[in-house]
Design a protein. Structure first.
Length: 360
């Protein structure tokens, strides 16, 4: 059996949750062929997957929203990118169909959540399973105007699947499919480099993980100095100049290249960042409080914040507060309105995929 994942290239969060499901599949079916198809940078995908036996196919299956930075989107660039993808998809589909046919194996297509996954599944006569907390129809529809066409097209494709694995923090996704509700979808922390972990644990400061997704966000390094009783951990930014500036901050440590943010969560009491599905799942799974900067131009963010208020310890910040350094790390967290979410989302997703694949 071959499981082919059409993973959104919109951000790292889709790749992170898809990797978590693939890891659970590998544990349960070690002889299956697992494929991750995405335009997320291969080195980062390998870090997420932690398994060289999983094949990576460099394909862009969707656009999502082109982001101006970690907290804002560019609508005109998004429309241009959607048109460009529409032109490029036929050749890509042809190439991937040909490749899949050479594998001489039964195939299941797993879409998170590029609409084009439906066309791929149809061409190789494979079952299609969606997994997400939203569809691009949910994102494009509220934008109106020229986005209406793309919302309609996405919805038509989503209705072609056999099963929807509904993640928490969800939007409507009214696709008329059989559904299975999932809990938190995330992987487990891996062991840290021992010398690095020992050095961090020796600090007499509260530890805060900082993260704003794949694009990151340029913060004035001086802002960290406003919190001398806290020590900040964050992934090294892609820009060398920014990384060098952050290395000079005495109460900030950049994560080693082999360490994922989730691996550092067990060291931390709080996380400072933007609304993000995988970040929320990982933090709630590890019992870490979230200081979240609101964003209002992306429909998923509202669902994420609603879910956080229900299920996680949190504080909500404005972008202005973020940029002034008013991070409220000295204040108590707001308690959730309801109980915790189940922690077995990746496991249940893997089991559902196995059941469908083996029923054919």
């Amino acid at each position: 059996m071959l499981i082919y994942v059409c993973s959104s290239s919109h951000g790292f969060g889709h790749a992170a949750r898809d990797a978590a499901v693939l890891q659970q599949l590998r544990l349960r079916r070690p002889d299956w062929t697992l494929v991750m198809s995405s335009m997320v940078e291969p080195r980062f995908l390998r870090l997420l997957l932690g398994d060289d036996s999983i094949t990576i196919r460099a394909c862009r299956w969707d656009v999502g929203m082109v982001q101006a930075d970690a907290l804002g989107v560019d609508r005109s660039q998004t429309l241009a990118a959607l048109s460009a993808l529409e032109t490029a998809l036929p050749d890509q589909l042809m190439g991937e169909v040909e490749w899949l046919r050479t594998q001489a194996d039964s195939v299941l297509i797993f879409g998170d959540i590029p609409p084009a996954a439906a066309e791929l599944a149809d061409r190789v006569d494979a079952p299609l399973v969606w997994m997400s907390n939203f569809g691009w129809d949910d994102i494009y529809r509220p934008l109106g105007g020229r986005f209406e066409r793309w919302a309609d097209a996405a919805l038509a494709q989503y209705k072609r699947g056999q099963l929807l694995l509904r993640c928490p923090f969800d939007l409507s996704m009214n696709w008329g499919l059989q559904e299975l509700a999932l809990g938190l979808v995330c992987t487990r922390p891996r062991p840290l480099p021992s010398d690095w972990e020992r050095a961090i644990r020796s600090l007499d400061q509260s530890l805060v993980l900082v993260g704003f997704g794949g694009l990151g966000l340029q913060l004035d390094p001086e802002l960290f100095l406003r919190w001398p009783r806290h020590h900040f951990l964050m992934a090294s930014p892609a820009q060398a100049v920014q990384a060098l500036a952050l290395q000079q901050v005495p109460n900030l440590t950049l994560l080693p290249g082999s360490v994922r943010p989730i691996d550092a969560f067990p060291l931390c009491s709080r996380q400072l960042g933007k609304p993000g599905f995988s970040t929320f799942c990982e933090a709630l799974d590890q019992g870490v409080g979230l200081h979240v900067v609101e964003r209002r131009d992306f429909a998923e963010a509202a669902a994420l914040m609603t879910g956080l208020r229900r299920h996680g310890d949190h504080r909500v910040l404005t972008r202005d507060q973020l940029e002034r350094g008013d991070w409220q790390l000295n204040l108590s967290l707001n308690a959730p309105e309801s109980g915790p979410l189940p922690h077995d989302g990746a496991q249940r997703a893997a089991e559902a995929l196995i059941a469908l694949a083996e029923a054919r």
